[in-house]
Structures are given as structure tokens and as C-alpha cells.
Design a protein around this ligand. Sequence first.
Ligand code: OAD
Length: 269
Amino acid sequence: MVQNVFSDVASAAADDASDLVPWVRSAQKIVVLSGAGMSAESGVPTFRDAHTGFWQHYDVEQLATADAWWANPQLVYSWYLWRARMVRSVAPNAGHEALARWGAAADVFISTQNVDDLHERAGSAAVTHLHGSLYAFRCDECAQPAQLSSDVFSGVADPGTDEDLVMVEPPECNHCQPGRIRPDIVFFGEFLPQQAWQQTEQALTQADLVLVVGTSGVVQPAASLPFIASSLGTPVVEINPVASELTPFMDLSIAAGAAVALPQLLHLR
Ligand code: OAD
């Protein structure tokens, strides 16, 4: 793979050595692999960005691991409920909207590590969630899905730290004892949903263009997905203002934010 980094879409498109314009114009099956940076310009913090990333302020071991859930389900449940409320208070950005428009004109499959619903709210139809959803819940014992009243998602107050969270007790399961309702989110130490993974693998084998948007590429197995496309010779283009772990393996990297770069990319069609 040739590492080819451009500061914006215009310079990538203008470079004689870049195939960006033909790739975008001819692409009929596009796969988008999105991460937290996709929603950053909507106001949803990423995980690892300096100063603003969640894991700069919160303890991943206390909040996002399977052990954390069993040790303190009230804390973990409260933190995810707060995040679900926070996402309800923001809107899709121009990047989400550009992908939805692209999806109306071509076959665009989005496989996201994000647990927000901003791709769906922008209007994208083909979206799968590799790490679960802030709006899905299930029993921690019998795994039955649970519906929560939409009231639980209203109101938002930034707790600042996990110690300042307003604590909410996870509801009991209606189907079993002693089951409790947990977020249907993949905690560290758990397997990814098989269907989402298989759909993504299949889409990648059929894609003629892959966009990797807003991920640091440090969390496996999601970070391995672009290599399925690369190994088949499919062009893989990254959009990320900062070099990621994946940048050296990209055909082309555009050093810009998703909300700026994706509408410009769509404009090349
Ligand atoms: P990270 O926080 O690790 O990385 C976010 C990436 O987005 C970084 O490379 C940023 O440079 C980039 N970024 C920031 N602003 C951007 C913008 N406006 N446009 C485009 N890119 C931007 O987030 P992920 O890679 O998604 O897992 O993290 C992967 C997983 O780690 C998450 O799904 C979550 C987390 O712990 C689970 O919860 C299981």
C-alpha cells in the first residue's frame, strides 16, 4: 500500500498521482467504517483525543468492561444512560448527512463502532453497529431484549466525572431472576455481535471503495476490517484530521474532519 496523505479533499483530488476522483465517480458499492471521530463535530466526545476524549476523564476499567458491569452495575448503567441522553441532545452533522445522500444514489453500507444513532437519524438506511447501541438493552442473565420508556432518555447534565454521575439502578428483568437490564453494548472482554461482523465482512468483500472515517484504529477486532478490503486490492481512503494507527496502510488519507471532508467527497461524484 502507498501512503498518500493530503491536507484536504481538494488537494487529494487535484494531485496527478491520486486516483481519488475516479474511485469516487465509479464506486457503486461503498463501505464506510466509522468511529468516534464521525460524531465529533456533532458534539459527541471521542474516546482517545487529548483533552476531550472520554478516556481522558473517565476510567475505562470502571465503566466499559464486563468486569465493571458485574462489580458495579449501577455505575455502568448510569454512565451509559447519561451518554444516551447526551446523544439525544445533539444532531447529525454534515458528514452523516453526506453519507445519507450518497446512500440514496449508490449502495452505501455503514459499519460503525459508534453506539450513537446519528447515521440513522441522518437518514442512512444500511447501518450496522459493531459495538452495540446506546438505545438497546437486554438482560444480563437471560439476554432477552428489554424496552425502556423513552422518558429515561430525556434530560442531560454533564456529570463531569464518574463520581458525579446521578446514579440510576438498573431495572430487574421481567423474564428471569436475578437478571438485570444492561446496555446492549459490547464491553471490553466481550464478543462483537456476530451478525454485524459477518455483514461487514461480506460488504467489504464486495466493495469497490472503502472509507475509514474517524477511528484511531487501536481497538480490535474492528481495526482489522480495512485490511480485508486492502487484501483484495480495493481502494481504502481514510478521513481523520490526525494520523491514526491505520494511516500507514491506507491508499490515501485525507487530514480533515468528517463534517468537512465527506460533503466535499460527495461533491466529486
Ligand atoms: P477513538 O477516540 O479511539 O478515535 C477517534 C478518532 O477520531 C481519532 O483518530 C481522531 O483523530 C479522530 N477524529 C477526531 N475528530 C474527528 C473529526 N472531526 N473527523 C474525523 N475524525 C476525527 O475512537 P474509536 O476509534 O471509535 O469501544 O474507538 C474505538 C472504540 O474504543 C469505541 O467504539 C469504544 C472505545 O472504547 C467500545 O465502547 C467497545
